[in-house]
Design a protein around this ligand. Sequence first.
Ligand code: C2E
Ligand code: MG
Ligand code: MG
Ligand code: MG
Length: 281
Amino acid sequence: SLAKRSGKPWRLHSADEGETATQQFSLMGELDDALREGHIGVVYQPKLNLVTERIDAVEALVRWNHPVRGMLPPDSFIPLIEEHNRIDDLTIAVLAQALEDMRIWCLRGLVIGVAVNISAGLLASESFANRVLALVSRTGAPAHRLTFEVTESAQFEDTGMAVAMLDRFRESGIRISMDDYGTGQSTLNYLKLLPISELKIDRMFVQHAHIDQGDAMLVRSTVQLAHEMGLKVVAEGIEDAACLAFLRTISCDYAQGYFIGRPLGAQDLADRVAEQSALAA
Ligand code: C2E
Ligand code: MG
Ligand code: MG
Ligand code: MG
């Protein structure tokens, strides 16, 4: 823009980077307004229970509906918000919305568990844990219907601290899921140390498991390992029927992915779940 007008030979890369930095800077400045004005919302992706063949849980995924830039995906703003130490406020907003939507679903007679993504860095924050537990108890939400997804790829700054924090959540009834399982660094160590209830196998292993022998072996043995440890397994990134069929043959507990359903707004999600109940009745 500026460089173009000046007519000088310009370096595309540095110009782009500069613009990105400015854009991101202004995005941070807009966070409070966006939270206040409801531009930050939550969509819900269904999880299919492979034992009952019903959707009985969802993953909450944050969206920033920016008035100028349109719908922003989480990968475009979460890292920035983490860097600026505002991920606690964002996560509390997502959790509050998810609990409110859960309450409304409940009024329609729909029992749906909700998983919320928790950045690993938050597991070093006592105040975040306090805010979570205060919110859950103030709203009277059923904590056992809440799951926190923690990505193992992110290094915990202090594993002892993270374990203590996760223990507090677990004691209040909240389930812990290890997200993007298989992509991280100290996988077995975390499996041993963290008080988890569930493994979520990353889609890079799942997506071709029905056509790739190596992936099939990894997914099958991970399901076995998890079951021996008393954990449930969610496979993410199911994009076709053949993949879903494969997961059924290896007794995977839950399937999630575009083939099951794209993320939906709270009301559409409820309609989808209600429809399946009506079909079964
Ligand atoms: P994730 O927790 O692993 O979430 C799954 C992502 O994969 C979602 O993207 C989802 O839309 C996408 N996905 C689901 N099914 C399929 C599929 O069949 N194929 C493909 N290719 N993709 C699929 P999304 O919503 O863009 O979220 C990306 C990441 O952003 C999430 O990965 C999570 O790490 C993070 N994130 C989302 N919401 C939050 C939040 O509220 N707080 C934090 N801290 N992180 C969040
Ligand atoms: Mg997740
Ligand atoms: Mg994941
Ligand atoms: Mg992911």
